[in-house]
Design a protein around this ligand. Structure first.
Ligand code: NAI
Ligand code: A1CAB
Length: 242
């Protein structure tokens, strides 16, 4: 099955790297489609050629470009939209004869550890799309009305966790650990904690680390004083409301 990308930017590249197969790709003249094809094989094409030749077309341009891109397309094809916020109804309105499935992926799909949120659909093509995204991580189905909230966790989440890693790495450097080593310590602690959380809940994990009157308790109290919960709650509100 040949996958086609309309738009060859950050998210298209992450997915294509995760799938690791030749692709058809287009861009707006940035040269990113050719770069992706140089990396993975396939062909850099026009938008219409991608529609003609691919088996599945992933809309991976910016959401505001939806109408402009669709205007030039005459071929009907299975369309997978990863456009943040654009609803299935909006996409179907501009691709009226194409089956449309909406997915919110995230960039860890590049290393096959992504989470992709699929808007539940009665279309028979939904299973094929689910299978496709399961090749690059896990897939969670939600009703479409919850897709933006789920995306505010998964789609944007990698940037949040990267910010945490960066900030704590800087703190370790400030106390004498060399930068590369500090980054390894922080990142591996995050990865190990994520693995452990598949077997236990957050409170049990925290209790297992936090000796009464000990150093973890002091660190957690500092994070609470810093407003970490309020900041994350506000981040969700701003992303969903923005
Ligand atoms: N970056 C992320 O982590 C995630 C992004 N998304 C969605 O993926 C989509 C793309 O986002 P990014 O890859 O981050 O953006 P990006 O700016 O890196 O890539 C956009 C691509 O669209 C191309 N493009 C622009 N106009 C075009 C046109 N008329 N025809 C064909 N291609 C055109 C650009 O050349 C570029 O390659 C957005 O709709 C975003 O909401 C969804 C989940 C996560
Ligand atoms: O920041 C953005 O708009 C996109 C959508 C989800 C992740 N990146």
């Amino acid at each position: 099955m040949r996958i086609g990308f309309i738009g060859a930017g950050n998210m298209a590249s992450a997915l294509a790297r995760g799938w690791g197969k030749p692709v058809y790709a287009s861009d707006s003249g940035s040269g990113r489609a050719q770069q992706l094809v140089d990396e993975l094989g396939g062909e850099a094409l026009t938008n219409e050629q991608v529609f003609e030749r691919a088996d599945v077309v992933i809309l991976a341009h910016k959401p505001y470009q939806l109408e402009a891109v669709a205007e030039g397309i005459t071929t009907d094809k299975l369309v997978v939209s990863i456009l943040g916020r654009a609803t299935v109804a909006e996409i179907e309105a501009v691709y009226p004869r194409s089956p449309v499935i909406r997915v919110e992926p995230n960039t860890p799909t590049a290393v096959r550890r992504g989470v992709s949120v699929l808007a539940a659909s009665d279309r028979p093509e939904a299973q094929l799309v689910k299978d496709l995204f399961e090749r690059v991580g896990s897939v969670v189905e939600v009703p479409e009305r919850l897709l933006d909230v789920a995306g505010a966790v998964t789609g944007v989440g990698p940037a949040y966790w990267a910010l945490f890693v960066e900030a704590y790495t800087d703190a370790a450097i400030r106390h004498g650990i060399p930068a590369a080593q500090a980054a390894t310590l922080v990142t591996e602690t995050m990865a190990g904690t994520a693995a452990l959380l598949t077997q236990t809940d957050t409170l049990a994990l925290r209790r297992g680390v936090t000796s009464p009157g000990g150093s973890t308790a002091r660190g957690l109290a500092a994070l609470e004083r810093g407003g970490v919960r309020a900041a994350l709650a506000q981040a969700m509100d701003d992303v969903v409301g923005g």
